[in-house]
Each structure stands twice: as structure tokens, then as C-alpha cells.
Design a protein around this ligand. Structure first.
Ligand SMILES: *Cc1c(COP(=O)(O)O)cnc(C)c1O
Length: 466
């Protein structure tokens, strides 16, 4: 047993006595993200006091397997000795100081590692603190790049996005996102974008078959470029998989096609690897699978192994060069955050990258991905399982009221949420996207725990949908 668990079990009387108080304060004072707070208050969600390996433990002493890697960011599990040590070691030097005009070894070394590992000449790292801020920086970099590029600058402010895109919750990121339920109240605040259809096959619009729909997706992009290419600042994409849209997996070679056409028209490609990055699709970065080098790559979630908030916007030599010059030339990127380049976060990020190598974690991704695929086959015939989508460790199980007609459940039933509660009873934490049950195990999770995850979730689906 590790120290933290020991400490808590030793103090369980104390925990027991505080629990009702904490519940009350949680209701009185805490506003949770993406959480319907009235329903939340009724449901006594797990109050996590510690974690070890791939398990979480709540204040009542119940253990849960984490099936969503702490919302898609945990890599090696909890209380990983090497990661804990990296933070303690850095803490013995300094936790944080400003990165505006200053620098520090941990942040420098991490930038060097990222430049080595990202494809092509993505060589220049701009740090921030979250996926949304990494994307926000990317958008502003793209616009300012066009103003300052050589031989002649120009004003370009239109972005192309995919249907169902999600890039975070700040207003710039919301502008290039397209999930109505999240975005509707802010419509009037958002800047102009052009939407192209997403190359996915489950619900093909009437009048199309699979092939004609894919042709339509490609043709739409060609038409948009033919008509609008001189106003477009960048094309923004979640490479291979659109996570928040419900783990929507693109048809193969779409990303490659987008890279070719953006190159042809001289338009920067922004790859938002916040969800897919750091191994989840099988390669360290999803872009590698179609040998694509974007002009700007956004990284966050898995970057610190899930330990601390950190993000990076990585750009090519060409993009970066537009920002070089003497200060009076006014080419500076006037953008940043107080905690940019946080030393603790950079130190743990370096340790996480090292551990990905040392433990051959990408080999583990291959092994658990194919095991997941075999296990998922078991439920593909369930009448309530409409579609199973998978890329690497990213899994979406879409539950439907009528399989034949792909009819969704009445949203008021909150079927996805009910499955989450049923899985929780069985000691597994998952979180759905609507009625899509998402499995997103940490990429270092051993195969035995993948089985435990599947067993609990499959039983939960049977219980709720039967
Ligand atoms: C989660 C996510 C974001 C936002 O990241 P935050 O750290 O939550 O701001 C952006 N893009 C994609 C693709 C994501 O999945």
C-alpha cells in the first residue's frame, strides 16, 4: 500500500467525519465544469482522495478503475514514482517564475524534446496552460503570420473548420468549434468560419451512399478553396479522430488530402492534437500516420502525463520566421499567460516523455488497442449498440433506441449517464458524450485492466438498456 492510501486509511475516522461537511460545501460553493449542477447535487459523485496505478479511491474507501484517463490526459497512472520524483526534484529548485522575456532549463529542455519528436520542421514551441489556450494562440499566430509574412503581408481572418469540431471553450476556440449544445448562447460573439462536412459514415445524409458521401466531403473542401482561398487564414482540424463529437473517426487519408490541398493554396494547417496527441491513436502524434506535417500543432492533455496543466503550440520555421525582427519592426507576438512555461509542469512533462520511451508505452498501445477491438466485437450485435468507433485507445460506443433506423434515445432518459452510474457501481469510472459511451484508458494501462474496464462497461450497458 502506498503512503497516501495508508495515511487516509489510518485517518478514516477523520475522513468519515468530514465527508458530510465536504458534500455540503461542494454543493454550496463549487461550480463544476460541464456539469448539470442540480442533478449533480442529488447523485453523490465520487469524492476522490487518492489514486494509485490506474485506480482512484474515494472518501468512503471505494476503489474505481479510471476508464477515461482523467478525461483523456493521464498517461502512466497515478502516483508514478518517476513523475512524482521529477516534481519533487524541480520543487527543490523553483516552482515557477515568469517566462516573459526570461527562461528556465526545464522549459528549454522540454521545447527541445518536443521539437525532436514532432514531425518535420515543427521546431518552435509557444507554451500555455490548456488545450483551449494552445488553440487560441494558434489562431492568433495564423492571423498575425499572414500580416507579417514575406514578401508581402495581407489580412486574412477566415478559418475553415469541420462539422462537429471541438477545440476548447474560450471564445476563439468556440468560434472554430461546432457543437451546438455547447455553443449556441454565444453565437453573436463568434467570428466568421466556413464549415466543411466531416468524413464520417454512421449517419449519411439522405440521397448519399458511403462513396458518394465521401466524394461530397472531398468536393466541398475543393469548392471552398476555389472560392475563398484568398481570405482564409488557416484550416483547423482534429487529426484522424474528432473526440468531443463522439469519437468520430475520419475515413483514411482525409488528413493527407487536407494537407495536400492546403499546401497547394498556401494556407496554413493547424492540427489540434490536444486529444489525439501523446500516443492515443497508436503513434506519438496522430499526424504521423498519414505522414502529415502541419504548420501549427496544438498539444495539451497528455503532455504532462496528466499531472499538471501545460500546453504547447508548436510552429514550423516558416511560421516562426514571420515573427522575427528588431522590436521596433513590431513583429512580436503580444500574447501570453502569467503561468506560461511553469517549471514544475515542464519537469513532469519531460519525465513523462522519458517514461513513454523507457516503458515502450507505444508498444503497449498497439497491444491494448487490438485487445480492445476483440473485446468490443463481443457487443457489436447488442440491439442497443448502434456503432462502435475506435482508433487506438479512443473508443466510442454509440447507444441507440432503434439500431435499424439509427434512432437516438430520448435525451431526457440520459442513457449515457445512466450507463456511467451503472459502471460506477461496478467500480469503473467512465464519462459519456451524450449517448456515446467513451472508453479512453491511459495508454500505459495493462491488458488485465482493459478486461476489467470492458467487463464492467458491457454489463452496465446490458443493465441500463435491457
Ligand atoms: C479537450 C480538448 C481541447 C481543450 O483542452 P482544454 O485543456 O480542456 O482547454 C481542445 N481540443 C481538443 C481536440 C480537445 O479534445
Amino acid at each position: 500500500m502506498n503512503q497516501a492510501v495508508q495515511k487516509h486509511s489510518g485517518n478514516s475516522a477523520n475522513l468519515d467525519s468530514m465527508l458530510p461537511q465536504w458534500r455540503q460545501w461542494d454543493t454550496d460553493h463549487v461550480w463544476h465544469p460541464f456539469t448539470p449542477m442540480t442533478a449533480y447535487a442529488r447523485e453523490s459523485p465520487p469524492m476522490i482522495v487518492s489514486g494509485e496505478g490506474f485506480y482512484l479511491q474515494d472518501a468512503a474507501g471505494k476503489r474505481y478503475l479510471d476508464g477515461i484517463s482523467a478525461l483523456w490526459c493521464n498517461v502512466h497512472g497515478y502516483q508514478v514514482p518517476q513523475l512524482d520524483a521529477a516534481i519533487v526534484d524541480q520543487l527543490g529548485k523553483i516552482a515557477h517564475t515568469t517566462f516573459l522575456g526570461g527562461t528556465s532549463p526545464a522549459a528549454i529542455e522540454l521545447a527541445h524534446e518536443l521539437a525532436q519528436r514532432t514531425p518535420g520542421d515543427l521546431n518552435h514551441v509557444f507554451y500555455s496552460d490548456a488545450g483551449a489556450t494552445a488553440v487560441e494562440a494558434a489562431l492568433k499566430i495564423a492571423v498575425q503570420y499572414h500580416v507579417q509574412k514575406k514578401p508581402r503581408g495581407e489580412k486574412r481572418t477566415t478559418f475553415i473548420r469541420l462539422d462537429g469540431a471541438y477545440h476548447g471553450d474560450t471564445l476563439g476556440s468556440v468560434s472554430i468549434g461546432r457543437i451546438d449544445a455547447f455553443h449556441q448562447p454565444f453565437d453573436d460573439l463568434l467570428f466568421k468560419t466556413i464549415t466543411v462536412p466531416s468524413p464520417v459514415l454512421y449517419r449519411i445524409p439522405e440521397g448519399h451512399n458511403e462513396q458518394s458521401w465521401i466524394n461530397h466531403c472531398y468536393d466541398s473542401v475543393k469548392q471552398v478553396f476555389a472560392k475563398h482561398s484568398d481570405e482564409v487564414a488557416a484550416f483547423v482540424i482534429e487529426p484522424l479522430v474528432q473526440g468531443a463529437a463522439g469519437i468520430q473517426v475520419h475515413t483514411p487519408f482525409y488528413l493527407e488530402f487536407i494537407r495536400e490541398i492546403t499546401k497547394e493554396y498556401g494556407i496554413p494547417l493547424i492540427a489540434d492534437e490536444v486529444a489525439v496527441g501523446f500516443g492515443k491513436t497508436g503513434t506519438l502524434f496522430a499526424c504521423e500516420q498519414e505522414e502529415v506535417v502541419p504548420d501549427i500543432m496544438c498539444l495539451a492533455k497528455g503532455i504532462t502525463g496528466g499531472y499538471l496543466p501545460l500546453a504547447a503550440t508548436v510552429v514550423t520555421d516558416e511560421i516562426y520566421s514571420a515573427f522575427l525582427g528588431e522590436s521596433e519592426e513590431g513583429r512580436t507576438f503580444f500574447h501570453g499567460h502569467t503561468y506560461t512555461g511553469n517549471a514544475l509542469a515542464c519537469a513532469v512533462s519531460l519525465a513523462s516523455l522519458k517514461l513513454i520511451d523507457e516503458n515502450n508505452v507505444l508498444d503497449n498501445v498497439a497491444a491494448i488497442s487490438s485487445h480492445l477491438q476483440e473485446r468490443l466485437d463481443e457487443i457489436s450485435d447488442f440491439p442497443e449498440v448502434g456503432e462502435i468507433r475506435q482508433k487506438g485507445v479512443m473508443v466510442g460506443i454509440e447507444l441507440v433506441a432503434d439500431k435499424e433506423n439509427k434512432t437516438p434515445y430520448d435525451p431526457a432518459l440520459r442513457i449515457g449517464h445512466q450507463v456511467t452510474l451503472a459502471a460506477r457501481k461496478r467500480g469503473v469510472i467512465v464519462r459519456p458524450l451524450g449517448d456515446v459511451i467513451v472508453l479512453m484508458p491511459a495508454i500505459a494501462m495493462p491488458v488485465e485492466q482493459i478486461d476489467e474496464l470492458c467487463d464492467a462497461v458491457f454489463e452496465a450497458i446490458e443493465e441500463v438498456c435491457a
